[in-house]
Structure formats: C-alpha cells, structure tokens
Design a protein around this ligand. Structure first.
Ligand SMILES: [Zn+2]
Ligand SMILES: [Zn+2]
Length: 344
C-alpha cells in the first residue's frame, strides 16, 4: 500500500510499504479521509511523542476492510466489512497508577496511532478493534472531526457544568469552531470567538450561535479589550485554541476575577510565557491544561448524531496522499485554508 513515511524528523516520502494484516482483536481499515491539524506540524519537527519511522494521521474515517479473530468495536459491537468507522487513536497502558485511578489520559505509557504507531496518511491503517467506533450514517465530512471533537468532549467533562457561564474561545480554526459548538451544547450562556481571519469567523457565524471579534495580530491586547467591551464584561472561562505564546500571555485580560483559563492549543514544546503570579493570586485565576482523551468518542459521536455540531464548508482543501508536501505547505502558510484533509 502507499503511505506517508517519515524516517527522521523533517524528512518524509510517499512510498510503498507492506499492507498490514489484522491479528486477534485487530481490524484493517481502508482509509476514506484523514484530517490534518497543527499536531502534524509538531510531529514533522519530531515533537509531540513522535516515534520514528512514522506514518502520521490521527483524525481518520474509513471503512472496515478485514477483521482479525474476535475483533469487536470500542463498545463491544460487531463489525462488518464495508461499515464506516472512526478511529480513536489514543490508548493507555491500563496498568499504571493513573489508569488504575480512572484517569487514563494522564497515563505515562500513553500511545497514539499516528504518533507512536502508524496512522491514517496511508491507504490502510491497522487498529485494535477496541479503538474503532461505528460512524454509519454520519456525513464523512463531519465524521472526520470525531477525534478533535472527542478531545473537546474530554475538556467539557473537565470543565463540568457550564450553565450561566460566558466563555471566550481564542482561535477560529476547526478546533475553535468545534469548541464553540461543544460549549453551547454543554450549556454555556454565551460564547465569543476571536480570530484574525474574517473568513473563519464568517464560517463560525454561519454554523454556530457565537459572537465574533476580529483580532489585530499587531495589537492582541487591544483586540481582547474590545472583546470584553463587546460582551459587556469579562469571561468566566477563557480557552486558547492557538498555542501562540503572545496570545496565551494576554489571556488574563479576558478573564473575570475567579475565572478559569484553559491552555488547549498546542504550543511549541520550547515556548515560554510570562505570567504575573501576583495577578493569579490576587484575582484567584485558575490556569489549567487539557490535552487529549481516551474514552470520549461515544460523547463526541453522540453530539454529532444529536445535530449539535455542524462543520459545513469547513473543509477547504483536499489532497491525495502523493501531494502530502503541498498539504503541509498549505497547513503552514495558506491563510485561505480552514480544514485540510488527505484523501488517500
Ligand atoms: Zn489533530
Ligand atoms: Zn497507564
């Protein structure tokens, strides 16, 4: 089969590799669409738990090609060839202290399909059946957002009840747009979304009940002050979906006293920001991180099936496997790109 293969960070080729065969409990999935996101740029640099040689691709929809003995899906359901499925790339060791405490996303042995083992930028991907979920009847252009949605569903669990809360989301990319909709679905009273890109904000206004602010890249602080003025008061919860240190440093401007600030966007591993410990203390701010999920796919797919999440028109760029280099370039620098997917 054809696959994107990195032998070392920064250097990949699209080449023939052996098509894997499913062993006991495993399933071979024929890839239909695989989403790209900022994580793939971090993996390109050898960050984000990357294990080489590597075939990335962690946001994947496909159909069951063949089954190993005894393979069932993540909810114990039977799988049949031709069935549309989504892949939960994330798994834990099930053995360490964190796994024993029912917090498997904190596992020291956390592994990811598409970062620690071969992922979906290939014609086929081999998956433990327990990491597959039925996506029958879900539009493929929505199903491809199952993985980022599951990570957000995990954040919703961590935030707890949101009724009455106002929330600011910074970053209007696919993740910010999903966050905004999951926050509304979780009961947030008001959600405000900010981004420098008007096209992304218009996309958000078309599918979600959000107030939007255009961020001036050269005046992030001024933009945030306008955002607070526009909403009437500062926000109970502020979520960064950019990973940009200049944005992250300015987040306290958006938060009410006693508010929570979430680092959700993936920052460079070497990035550092300046915070005022006195301000955190005096204003009783909480800064929290939220990384990924292990068991949130059913929640994400439930929100899809309930009609709570719409991503109409968000996929702007589709590339075949052979054009992975062009897809990476677009992910880095094309400001007209919203969601980029690989169609093997
Ligand atoms: Zn991703
Ligand atoms: Zn563990």
């Amino acid at each position: 089969m054809r696959a994107v293969v990195y032998d070392v960070p920064g250097q990949f080729a699209v080449r023939d590799v052996p098509t894997p065969r499913p062993g006991p409990g495993e399933v071979l999935v024929r890839m239909a669409t695989a989403g790209m996101c900022g994580t793939d740029l971090h993996l390109h640099e050898g960050q984000f738990l990357a294990n080489f040689p590597l075939t990335p691709g962690h946001e994947t929809v496909g159909v069951v090609e063949s089954l190993g003995p005894g393979a069932t899906d993540g909810e114990g359901g039977l799988l049949t060839p031709g069935q549309q499925v989504v892949v939960n790339p994330n798994s834990s060791c099930r053995d360490c202290d964190y796994c024993s405490d029912d917090t498997p996303w904190l596992c020291e042995g956390f592994a990811g399909i598409g970062s620690s083992t071969p992922g979906g930028f290939a014609e086929f991907v081999l998956v433990p059946g327990s990491q597959l979920f039925d996506a029958t009847g879900i539009d493929i252009d929505l199903a491809v957002f199952a993985e980022p949605s599951a990570c957000i569903a995990h954040l919703m669990d961590r935030l707890g009840p949101l009724s009455g809360c106002s929330v600011a989301v910074i970053g209007g990319g696919p993740t910010g747009l999903l966050l905004a909709q999951f926050l509304v679905h979780s009961g947030a009273r008001a959600v405000a979304l900010a981004d420098p890109n008007r096209f992304k904000l218009e996309c958000a206004e078309a599918v979600a009940n959000v107030a939007t602010t255009v961020v001036d890249r050269d005046d992030v602080q001024g933009s945030f002050e306008r955002m607070v003025a526009g909403s009437g008061r500062a926000f109970d919860v502020v979520v960064d979906a950019t990973g940009n240190p200049r944005v992250i440093e300015a987040l306290p401007l958006l938060a009410r006293n006693g508010g929570r600030i979430v680092y959700y966007g993936v920052a460079d591993e070497h990035a550092r920001v300046t915070v005022s410990p006195f301000e955190i203390f005096r204003r009783e701010l909480t800064i929290m991180g939220s990384f990924t999920e292990v068991d949130s796919f059913p929640d994400a797919l439930g929100a899809f099936r309930a009609g709570a999440i719409r991503m109409d028109g968000v996929i702007t760029h589709r590339y075949p496997l052979e054009e992975y280099a062009a897809a990476l370039d677009a992910l880095r620098a094309d400001r007209s790109a919203h969601k980029i997917v690989i169609v093997p």
